[in-house]
Design a protein around this ligand. Structure first.
Ligand SMILES: NC(=O)c1ccc[n+]([C@@H]2O[C@H](COP(=O)([O-])OP(=O)(O)OC[C@H]3O[C@@H](n4cnc5c(N)ncnc54)[C@H](OP(=O)(O)O)[C@@H]3O)[C@@H](O)[C@H]2O)c1
Length: 242
């Protein structure tokens, strides 16, 4: 039983921003549980980080399977008895997503199910472990596309990006952040949304201008805060209006 070392679970850690967050949190001396829905990819990612001398292990977490989250929570309880940090990073963009007037409702349903319902399910499964840590943190990896305030501005740089399913899933995720932060306002669990910024990953066909290091930076900064803020929507160097 390892009790003193801090333990983090990062969902969707087999690639992209989640992989880089896993690397940097592990470099800070934490045990990192690299969540992935596909065992082969998760094992390969963990092995890559282990080869860098980091304390990382694969754990099966599929946002579309609440059962996988419950099983993962049982395994974490057995091995560590607690969880200090949950980074809800995994998400999909939703192929065929589009504007509210015509996007296929099946796409809206699928994206909401994975990005929002799946994240709520994983978080609920992990809450007893986060509470057992005494002081813990949840970071919901959101997007500025989920900011309703920004979406009201027709001159905003991303105003033309009206992909309803993805944007609504992140707006709903932000509501989850706010309400959960209220529930844990005693300070036992800090809950924040973080926008990594437009980063080159498979999610956007590697079109983003930021590197993975830049995309991971704010998530890692917030994760490693000594006295974390709570109920915030953050990005590198700024707070985003909800
Ligand atoms: N990249 C950007 O510009 C950008 C901007 C703002 C916000 N974000 C957010 O940043 C986070 C990371 O995205 P990314 O850009 O790094 O994308 P990515 O490279 O596509 O990585 C997404 C990760 O989520 C996993 N995933 C997808 N569906 C899953 C499920 N049902 N269960 C478990 N894991 C699942 C993927 O696993 P597989 O390999 O199995 O598909 C992958 O590991 C997301 O929340 C995204 O919305 C990204």
């Amino acid at each position: 039983m390892e009790e003193t070392k801090k333990v983090a679970l990062i969902t969707g850690a087999n690639k992209g921003i989640g992989f880089e967050v896993a690397r940097q949190i592990a470099k800070a001396g934490w045990t990192v549980l690299a969540g992935a829905r596909k065992e082969e990819l998760g094992t390969q990612a963990a092995a890559k980080l282990q080869a860098e001398g980091l304390d990382v292990q694969f754990i099966h977490v599929d946002l579309d399977s609440p059962e996988s989250a419950r099983t993962a929570a049982e395994a974490i309880k057995k091995q560590f008895s607690k969880l200090d940090l949950l980074v809800n990073n995994a998400a999909i963009a939703g192929k065929g997503d589009g504007p509210p007037s015509k996007v296929n409702v099946e796409i809206v349903e699928a994206v909401m199910k994975t990005n929002y319902v799946g994240t709520v399910a994983v978080t609920q499964a992990m809450l007893p472990l986060l509470q057992a840590a005494g002081k813990a943190q949840i970071i919901n990896v959101s997007s500025e596309l989920g900011s309703i305030s920004q979406q009201t501005d027709p001159n905003w740089k991303y105003a033309p990006v009206k992909v309803l399913a993805y944007c609504a899933s992140k707006a709903a995720l932000n509501m989850f952040t706010m309400q959960l932060a209220y529930e844990f306002r005693d300070g036992s669990i800090a809950v924040n949304s973080v926008n990594p910024g437009y980063t080159a990953t498979d999610l956007n066909g590697n079109s983003g201008p930021q590197t993975l290091e830049e995309g991971a930076a704010e998530i890692v900064r917030v994760a490693l805060m000594e006295a974390p803020v709570t109920g915030k929507f953050l990005e590198t160097g700024a707070e985003i209006p909800w």
